[in-house]
Each structure stands twice: as C-alpha cells, then as structure tokens.
Design a binder for this molecule. Structure first.
Ligand code: TXA
Ligand code: MG
Length: 318
C-alpha cells in the first residue's frame, strides 16, 4: 500500500499539534506521538492505560536522526547499518541536548531507538520531521495489533487518526538490544533473530543482569482473555487450537495454524492475528481455552515462544 501524501500530511499535522496517530510499522501497529512533547507522550500512557514506569521506543527516520538523540558507538553504527530500517531497537546513552521527553525514557539516561521499514511509518517520520514515541497500539495487557482493524477494536476513539497500512509483514515486535561499548545484551527477542545479531557482534548476546519482569503484571503483557495452554500436541475437544506445521490439532473445536509449512517467519507474522482469532472463537463458542502447538526455539521461534509464555502467564488483577 503506497502512502497517500494527503493522508500522511494530515497525520503529521495531528502529531505536530500534540495528537496521537496509530501508524503501521513492519512489526506491529504503533501508537505514535511527538517524542519531544511531554503532554503528547502522556496521552499515549493514558490511551493505553499503561503503567508509566515503562519507557517507550523512539522511532527515527534514519541513523542521522538517531545520532542527534543518542551516542551511537561503533558497534551500534554497524548494527543499525545492517538492520535499519527494520525490526531492531537499540538502547543507547541519551544525549543531554536530545530534547526527548523524560517521560518517554521514564527518567533513565538511555533511550531506545528504532528506524521502522514500513513505507507509511517512514513517510510519517519524514513529514513530521520529529522523533516519534510509539508503543504497540493496543490497550495495556492485551494482544498487540497487526491490522488497522485490531487498533480500531482496541483503542477506537482514543486515537486521533488511524493510518491503515495493511497487515504487518513481520508481525512481532522488534528485537531490543542494549549496547554498552562492545557488550550487547538482548533485552527482548523479536523480529531480528539472535543468530543474525551474534554473527555481526562476533559474540553471544548477554542476558539482562536483572529480570525486570518479576512475576506480576508485566508477565501478562500480551495476554488474550482466554486461558492458554502451551506445547500441546493433542488439544481437547472443547479447546481452540493454534497449530504449527503438521501439528494442526484435528481433535480441537476450532483450528488455526501459524504456518502450515512450518516456517517460523510466517508463524511470527501470523502470531498475534491467530491469538486474536482464537480468543474470539473461545468467547463466541463458549470453549474452555486455547491450546498452542510446540514451536521450535531457533530463529524467530525465540521471540514467538517469549510472547506465548507471557500470554499464558497467570493473570493478576492489577
Ligand atoms: O516493534 C516494536 O518495537 C513496536 C513498534 C510499534 O515499533 N514498539 C514497541 O514499543 O514494542 P514498546 O514501547 O511497546 O516497547 C517498549 C519496550 C519495553 O519493553 C521497554 O521496557 C523497552 O522497550 N525500553 C524502552 N526504552 C528502554 C530503555 N531506555 N532501557 C531499557 N528498555 C527500554
Ligand atoms: Mg506492547
């Protein structure tokens, strides 16, 4: 879908005036606001009902805009050079004069930057001429949106404008890396596989020193309403099933498949849409829950398993 200049200019004007725009990216739809405007950023948290201690990703047009916001070490330059525009976020030291709202970075001295590849997101960044803070465009604690329809269902009137850029190609959020000199820590597995980054970094990625997601509300970040059982090969007759490859759950009441040919890239692209559909099937047919087939852990399978584990975590009323 080629961006319509009139529509992009309208959305850019809304952003410059401090409004909220749902923008398609290649990973998931983002709820965008001018990252330099505190009030606009506050509206993101309000619309999502999101705990405000969680810092947001800042979207930039290119590496040049990134360098004005953060100190980019040589390894950061190389990773951005190879994977931008694309589903990779780099957490880097914030520059003192960067102008990014401290609400975006939740008071931290680092900032998370990503240059998205979707043509509409790129057009919007260029038209607005400002860095855009954008978490996924869904109410906090619900499944991330991979179509404009998902955004409408979840946020509707809370957004000033929804740009429809079709279905997200990657379908799962960006990989987040923290770069300290030549040390690289994997903060969130995502759309760029660990193996691809390790080939560039020349060393295994480090694990975060402290697990920020203690048992509790952050675990349920991607949760559907329905109960979720993972690594199931034979679903029950009263369950909806999300299969993978040849494991397609013929015993289930309602069946979906992430990728009939067992392709993890296709599975990532379909993940959130299938969770949305299975969740809907459980409510409309009165099923007991959703069972999901085992997903291999290599490549994008790491990110898929991460999102499924969070979706299946016990829910707390927080
Ligand atoms: O694919 C994506 O990354 C999507 C699309 C819209 O671009 N965006 C997205 O943003 O997932 P958000 O705001 O939902 O993800 C924010 C994640 C959080 O887990 C947060 O903890 C981490 O990024 N983060 C942001 N700034 C950080 C920082 N300075 N240090 C460590 N983690 C940070
Ligand atoms: Mg999110």
């Amino acid at each position: 879908m080629a961006p319509d200049p009139t529509e992009i200019e309208k959305a850019a004007a809304i952003l410059r005036a401090g409004g909220l725009v749902a923008m398609p990216t290649e990973t998931v739809y983002g709820l965008a606001a001018d990252a330099t405007n505190d009030r606009a950023v506050a509206r993101i948290y309000e619309a999502k009902g999101r705990p405000s201690f969680n810092p947001l990703i800042v979207h930039v047009a290119d590496l040049e805009m990134a360098r004005r916001i953060a100190d980019v070490p040589p390894l950061g330059e190389r990773l951005a050079g190879l994977f931008w525009p694309g589903p990779l976020t780099l957490v880097l030291p914030r520059r003192a004069d960067c102008g990014i709202s401290h609400l975006v970075t939740a008071g931290l001295d680092t900032v998370a930057l990503r240059s998205p590849a979707h043509p509409m997101a790129r057009a919007l960044l260029l038209a607005t001429g400002r860095p855009l803070a954008a978490p996924s465009a869904n109410p906090s604690g619900t499944i991330s949106p991979t179509t404009a329809e998902h955004v409408r269902e979840g946020l509707g009137a809370k957004v000033d404008c929804i740009l429809d850029g079709g279905r997200c190609d990657v379908g799962i959020e960006s990989t987040i890396l923290k770069i300290d000199g030549d040390r690289v820590t994997l903060l969130r597995p995502g759309g760029v596989a660990r193996e691809a980054i390790e080939r560039v970094a020349g060393a295994p990625l480090l694990a975060p020193a402290v697990r920020i997601e203690a048992p509790g509300m952050l675990e349920t970040h991607y949760a559907p309403r329905a109960r979720l059982r993972l690594n199931v090969e034979t679903p029950r007759a009263d369950e909806a099933f999300i299969g993978f490859g040849a494991i397609d759950g013929d015993s289930a009441a309602e069946r979906f498949n992430l990728s009939a040919r067992g392709d993890l890239v296709e599975a990532a692209a379909n993940l959130f849409a299938r969770l949305h559909s299975a969740d809907r099937a459980v409510s409309s047919l009165g099923l007991s829950g959703v069972a999901v087939a085992p997903i291999p852990r290599e490549g994008l399978g790491e990110a898929i398993n991460d999102r499924l584990r969070r979706a299946a975590a016990p829910k707390f009323d927080a």
